[in-house]
Each structure stands twice: as C-alpha cells, then as structure tokens.
Write a protein that binds this ligand. Structure first.
Ligand SMILES: NC(=O)c1ccc[n+]([C@@H]2O[C@H](COP(=O)([O-])OP(=O)(O)OC[C@H]3O[C@@H](n4cnc5c(N)ncnc54)[C@H](O)[C@@H]3O)[C@@H](O)[C@H]2O)c1
Length: 384
C-alpha cells in the first residue's frame, strides 16, 4: 500500500510520455544557460580586476611589478607609496589583521591609473590563496613586510609568531620558487641579535635572539639563506632598528588598532599621550644599565627605511645575498625620546614608570657602515 503522502506522486503512463517529449526542450535550456555562463566568464576575464587577463598578470618590459606583503601596515604602506611614486607596479597583499584599509585607500586615490596598484585581501598563511595569487600575477620581486611584530606579544603568544613569521615566509618562498619570482627583499629586525655585549651592532654580530619575535625572524632568515644557496635568487635581508615617523605630507602614518596600543611602540604611545588619546605614557623599565636607566634604541625614520628598500631592490643581483643593518648608528634613550616628543608637541605628557617589559633588552644601536658603502644609503632624518 502506498502511504497517503506519496499517493499523489505516482507517475501515470500519460505523464511519462509527456516528460519524455519535454526532454529536448530542457536540454535546450541547459545549453542556453551554459552559453550564458561562458559569456559571463569571458566578460569577467576582460575586466581589469580579474587576475587571468589583467595587466598585473603579464610581465611588461620596463615595468617592475613588486608584491608588497603587509602593504596595508605601517612600513608596507610607506614602501608602496615610494614604489608607486618611482613608477613601480604594486600589488599589496594583506589580511588587514593589523593593517589599515584606509592606508590602501589613500594609495588607490593617489594612483588611480589602471595597472599601477591592486589590493588583494588574503592571508599569507593560506597556501592555496598564496599559490593562486602567484599564478594569477606576474611579479618581478617581493618585498615581504607582512608579520605580527610586537616583542611583548610574542612572549605571550609564541606559536602565533612562529606561524605568522617563520611558516608564512616559507610559504612565500615556495610560491616564489614555483612561479619563478627571483628577487626577495625581506623585512628582518635587530631583534634577531638579542642583546649583544658589544655595541654598535654589525651584520656579523652573533644572532642570539631572546624573544620569540626575534627567534621567528632569525629562523625565517635561515630558511631564506639556505634556500638561496640552491638557487639564483637575489636576496636582500634588511635588519631594521626602531622605526619611527611618517609620510612628511601626512597622508600615511602608524595607526595600530586600539587593542594593540598597549603592546605598541614608544613612538605611537608618545603621540597618543600628547593628543590625549591615552591618559599618559607608561615607560617600562627604569633600572636598565644605561645612563638614565631607560632603554636605548636606534630610531630610524620610515622615509629613510623605505629608501633603503628601493636601493636594495635596485642593487639586488641574481645569486647574491645582501644583509644590511638599517639604522642611524646612534642610540637614544626612551627618556630622550619622550623629552623630544614633549618639546615637539608642547604637551607636558604625564609619565608613569613601570617595571621592565618581558623580552626587552637594555641597549641596541647599529653600525650602518655596510649599507652606507654598498647601497650608498645613509639615514637623512636623524634628529628625533
Ligand atoms: N615597526 C618597527 O619598528 C619594525 C622594526 C623591525 C622590523 N619590522 C618589521 O617590519 C615589518 C612591517 O612592520 P610594521 O611595523 O609595518 O607592522 P604592521 O603591523 O603595521 O604591518 C604588518 C602588516 O602585515 C599584515 N599581516 C600580518 N599577518 C598577515 C598575514 N598572515 N597575511 C597577510 N597580511 C598579514 C598586517 O595586517 C599589517 O598590515 C614586519 O615584518 C616587522 O617585523 C618592524
């Protein structure tokens, strides 16, 4: 017996005949739908944003196409601005976990012409996305800025740092290797040196990092260096000291998310305090073995730093590895920095002195002789 609710669905002979007659008509509809889909794909492929056929997917004589990872972030956005000004073609890849879509918008408004700048929202930890980006775009070089980059945070979330810095760099290298991209400019850090006994730091100073951030960057460097021995890749590793400042025309700046500000760097914190965004400044550690008890750092202006990147890119040669410190060669204490900020802003910033931050070291400053002589680069913005 047929259940009541299925009785009405039993086919009748007449119905079967009717369905069979309609089949050719349905096939016709399917063919029309397929043709329509094919037409849509064709139209999409012609549109500028579509990877397959866009100018970004073709090498063009006289045009250097640079993939800027982390280009929505502080340093990456300034580097993109400089590259675009110098007529490079730029693709920014960023997952906006830390960066700022506003920075990308500023760049898009400054360089709206087709083929200058594209932004791809993607996570560099996702191998499929990374491979897709490399197969749909013809890059000539990669500037790999993207990273989580707070020393204190790295001591609290070490695995996140190893994953984001070390493992993502490995994925990028693999993608570069399999897509024949042969120039890499890598953002490294003075944190890879740890706390050397002898100052200033030169490039051959032993690298003994003391926090997960520095260790993750050192591991990424090691992977790059080992790989470079087996290929003709041109590699430039830039070890930055403490980056400060912003675009002199005020179009870009350092704008970490509010929740990251407590991990933040002295530069942002000082100006936040001067502007009243935060109630005062917390100086962590006043018992370091330095003249005034606060840490000593080498503050390098972001405009100078991106200039070092462009010089490194221009001097990059196949089968050659260049490793350079990027700093001013002069150490300044946190207290000096705060005094300079008070003087520049005219605000008597309230200061709270706290105990040391885990993972910090007393004194770090560079010897930039090598980059001065080999890349003809010198820091221009030296007074704090
Ligand atoms: N700021 C400094 O003083 C300093 C010093 C030495 C080295 N560095 C290095 O310079 C680079 C840039 O630092 P910054 O100060 O501009 O930091 P930032 O946080 O402003 O920028 C990093 C950018 O990378 C993006 N990003 C992070 N993980 C990503 C992922 N998995 N996929 C895609 N995008 C991702 C973030 O969204 C952000 O836009 C980092 O590699 C950092 O280690 C910075």
């Amino acid at each position: 017996m047929i259940p009541a609710n299925r009785r009405g669905t039993q086919p009748r002979a007449g119905m079967e005949y009717f369905d069979a007659r309609r089949k050719p008509h349905n096939i016709g509809k399917v063919i029309v739908a397929l043709l329509f889909i094919a037409l849509c794909i064709f139209v999409l492929k012609q549109s500028p944003g579509f990877g397959g056929n866009s100018v970004f997917s073709r090498h063009e004589p006289g045009v250097t196409h640079v993939l800027v990872t982390g280009g929505a972030g502080y340093i990456g956005s300034h580097a993109s601005l400089r590259l675009l000004k110098d007529n490079y073609r730029v693709t920014i890849v960023d997952n906006l976990s830390r960066g700022n879509k506003g920075a990308v918008k500023v760049l898009q408004e400054l360089f709206p012409e087709p083929g200058r700048l594209q932004f791809i929202y993607a996570d560099l930890g996702d191998q499929k996305s990374v491979n897709k980006i490399f197969s749909e775009n013809a890059f000539d070089a990669v500037m790999h800025f993207a990273a989580v980059a707070y020393v204190g945070e790295s001591t609290m979330e070490p695995l996140r740092y190893y994953h984001n810095i070390t493992s993502n760099t490995l994925l990028i290298l693999e993608a570069m290797a399999s897509h024949g991209v042969k120039t890499l400019i890598y953002s490294s850090t003075c944190a890879t040196y740890g706390e050397p006994e002898k100052m200033p730091i030169i490039e051959t100073t032993p690298q003994l990092p003391i926090n997960p951030y520095g260790k993750a960057k050192k591991m990424a460097e090691d992977i790059i260096l080992d790989f470079s021995k087996r290929t003709d890749m041109a590699v430039m590793i830039l070890r930055y000291f403490n980056v400060i400042g912003s675009d002199p025309e005020g179009r870009l700046g350092e704008a970490p998310r509010p929740e990251l500000r407590e991990h933040g760097r002295i530069s942002g914190a000082c100006f936040d305090a001067a502007l009243g965004v935060i109630s005062g400044l917390k100086v962590k550690g006043i018992d370091y073995p330095t003249a005034d008890g606060t840490c000593i750092r080498d503050y390098i202006d972001v405009t100078d730093l991106v200039d070092a990147h462009v010089k490194a890119l221009n001097k990059a040669e196949p089968s050659r590895v260049g490793i350079y410190n990027v700093g001013t060669g002069r150490g300044r204490s946190v207290k000096e920095f705060v005094d300079a900020c008070k003087q520049a802003t005219g605000v008597d910033i309230k200061i709270e002195y706290l105990s040391r931050r885990p993972g910090d070291y007393a004194e770090v400053f560079s010897d930039p002789t090598k980059i001065n002589s080999e890349l003809n680069w010198t820091a221009q913005h030296t007074p704090i």
